[in-house]
Each structure stands twice: as C-alpha cells, then as structure tokens.
Design a protein around this ligand. Structure first.
Ligand code: NAP
Length: 330
C-alpha cells in the first residue's frame, strides 16, 4: 500500500512517499481503508522521536483519520465491513490502510464527511474533554485560548462559544486574529513571538483583554514563555488547562496558584479515551451533536494528496498554516 514513511528520525523533509506492507486486522482489531488523515502538531514530535510514545521504523505518521472498515479481526463486536469510522491513535493514518483496536475506532454519522471526521479526534475531542470534564466551563464565564488559530485552539474557540462562554483568543498575528473571530471569538489579542518575551508586559496584554475579573478558564497549548503571564490573568477559582507545549516546556510559580485559589489541570485526551473508553463514548456523541447543530465545524484550510504529506507537514512546522490541514487518501 502507499504511505508516507518515516524511516529516519528528523523533520518532515525526511519523510518519503512509498510502499509499506498492507496491515492485517488481528484479534479485536479493525482495518480501515483511509479516506482522509488529519495533520497535527504531535505528528512533528512523533517523527522526531520527541513524543511520549515511540513508533518502530519504518512507520507511517498520523494520529487521526477517517474511512471505511474493510476488514474485521476475530472477536470484534462493534464494527462490520462497510461501516464509516474515524480513528485515533499515535501513528499510521497517513497510509491507504490502517489497523487499530476497535476501542480506538468510532462510528461516524452518515452526514459527517470523511475530511471533517478526520479533523476531529485530536482537536475537537481534546478541546471538548478539556473544557467540560477538566475545566468545568460554565455559561457566561470568560475563556482565554492561547494559540487560538491552531488545531486545538480553534476547536476550543468554537466549543467555548457553543457552551456559552465569552471567548478571548490569543494569537500571533492580525491574520490569525481575524481567523479566530470568524470562528466565534468575542475578542482577540496579539501576543509577541520570539525569544525576548517580557513576562510582565505579556501579562498586562492578557489582563487587558480578559478584563478585571480575569479568565475563568485558560486553554494553554503553548507553554514556554506564555504560561506564566497567562496564569497571572486568571480569575479567582480559575482553571488553567495544561494541554500542550507548542512553544516549549515550562514551569509555573505555585504562589500564583495560591493567590487566586486556582487550579492548574493536566489534560491528556488520548490516554483518557483509551483508559476510560466506555466513559468517552457519550463525549464523542456530544461533539457529533454540536457538529449537527452547526455549532462547530472544522476549519479545513488546506487539502493535499497523501503524496504531498511531507510538504504539508513542513508548512505546519513553519507555522504557515491556520486552521486544519487534511491529507486526502485514495
Ligand atoms: N493534551 C492533549 O490531549 C493534546 C491533544 C492534542 C494536541 N496537544 C498538544 O497541543 C499543542 C498544540 O497542538 P495543535 O494541534 O493545536 O498545534 P497547531 O495546530 O500547530 O497549533 C499550535 C499553535 O501554537 C502557536 N505557537 C506559539 N508558539 C509556537 C511555536 N514556538 N511553535 C509552534 N507553534 C507555536 C501557533 O499559533 P501562533 O503562530 O498564533 O502563535 C499555532 O497555531 C501541541 O503541543 C500538541 O502536542 C495535546
């Protein structure tokens, strides 16, 4: 089968389009003929061996995708050949065929296009889990989203609005701010980028945007020099959701946590969905319901054939993309 292949550690330029042996569905597993695969920041970590979980080379990257079941292994109860599904895992969807345990597959509604389904797991399921189960976001609360034009960020903006919050989107450019507003953000702020970030002045920018009461919930996918200034603008009893480190690993001073009686909460959606699979089904249905009501919609800005996957991942790594990038697989 055709696949995007990582056979050496490195950036997207090390990936090649070629042939891998077609996988077979073992006991409890389901094979999907992939129609669309979503690109995510963690794909970059995976091909550089910087992700928490490591793949054995050669492998096809791809945490998420959607397609049609074309083989079921022994003992599979939830799926049959021909079912439309999406999947989430750590690698393998940037290929014509993908095998996963049936617990990592989700049946998708007939009216959900493959490319929208492929764009959902890492961004929408993560954002929904973060804002509801972990952050307890309430109607009328103020939500500050860092990296708001990225995958998890934009999904958080849309879901935050759908849940009735006032959404403040923090991004790096006017163009990305317009993008966040078009996706429902009530207000936007532009944060500076680069190495010479001044923590106090960045905190002042955040405070001015969220208002005197502070942010009730913060979606933090950036880390780096952004987390502490963001925490400085949190409201009393606020929830700072630690989701990712696109701008680098970081630490937080605990005195700030004490001063606001706030919570700093870790969020790892994929592992939660795997450990508590049964608990996660209603959440996935809740995301589909928001989609059906027109309250959320993946903002797919780029579609590329599988053969151009290395180029597409390079664009993601250079922060040239806004919204979601999808690979179409035939
Ligand atoms: N915990 C979980 O369950 C979970 C699930 C999915 C993803 N994640 C993590 O969440 C983070 C974001 O993922 P994503 O898919 O939303 O990524 P993405 O689409 O690439 O978005 C990340 C955003 O971060 C901003 N950014 C700021 N500084 C950056 C830097 N130095 N390098 C790259 N981007 C920078 C960029 O926006 P600006 O240019 O506007 O700053 C970009 O839009 C990643 O760390 C990922 O591993 C965690």
């Amino acid at each position: 089968m055709k696949a995007l292949i990582s056979d050496q550690i490195g950036p997207p330029s090390t990936l090649r389009y070629g042939d891998l042996p077609e996988p077979l569905a073992g006991p409890g597993q389901v094979r999907m003929a992939v129609k669309a695969a979503g690109l995510n920041y963690p794909d970059l970590l995976m091909i550089e061996d910087k992700y928490q979980v490591r793949a054995t080379r050669p492998f096809a990257p791809g945490f998420e995708g959607a397609g049609v079941v074309d083989q079921v292994g022994e003992g599979v109860t939830r799926f049959k050949i021909g079912d439309r599904v999406l999947t989430h895992g750590y690698w393998g969807t940037m290929a014509q065929k993908h095998v996963a345990h049936e617990g990592d597959m989700v049946a998708i509604p007939d009216d959900l296009p493959f490319e929208d389904a492929a764009a959902m797991p890492l961004t929408y399921f993560t954002a929904h889990y973060a804002l509801t189960r972990r952050g307890g976001l309430q109607r009328g609360e103020t939500l500050l989203v860092l990296g708001a034009a990225g995958g998890v960020g934009l999904a958080s903006v849309q879901i935050g609005k759908a849940l009735g919050a006032r959404v403040v989107a923090a991004v790096s450019s006017q163009e990305k701010a317009a993008h966040a507003r078009a996706n429902g953000a009530d207000e936007t702020l532009i944060y500076p980028t680069g190495d010479a970030l001044d923590s106090r002045s960045l905190a002042a920018v955040f405070k001015a945007a969220v208002g005197e009461r502070g942010a009730d919930v913060i979606v933090d996918v950036l880390g780096g020099a952004y987390s502490e200034p963001a925490l400085r603008c949190i409201a009393w009893y606020g929830r700072h959701l630690v989701i990712g480190f696109a701008a680098g690993l970081t630490t937080l001073p605990l005195n700030l946590v004490l001063l606001k009686s706030c919570q700093v909460i870790g969020v790892v959606w994929g592992q939660w969905a795997r450990r508590f699979t049964d608990e996660s089904w209603p959440d996935k249905e809740a995301v589909f319901a928001l989609y059906r009501q027109g309250l959320i919609k993946p903002e797919i800005t780029e579609r590329h054939p599988l053969a151009d996957g290395a180029m597409a991942l390079t664009r993601l790594s250079e922060r040239k993309t806004a919204g979601k990038v999808i690979l179409l697989v035939e």
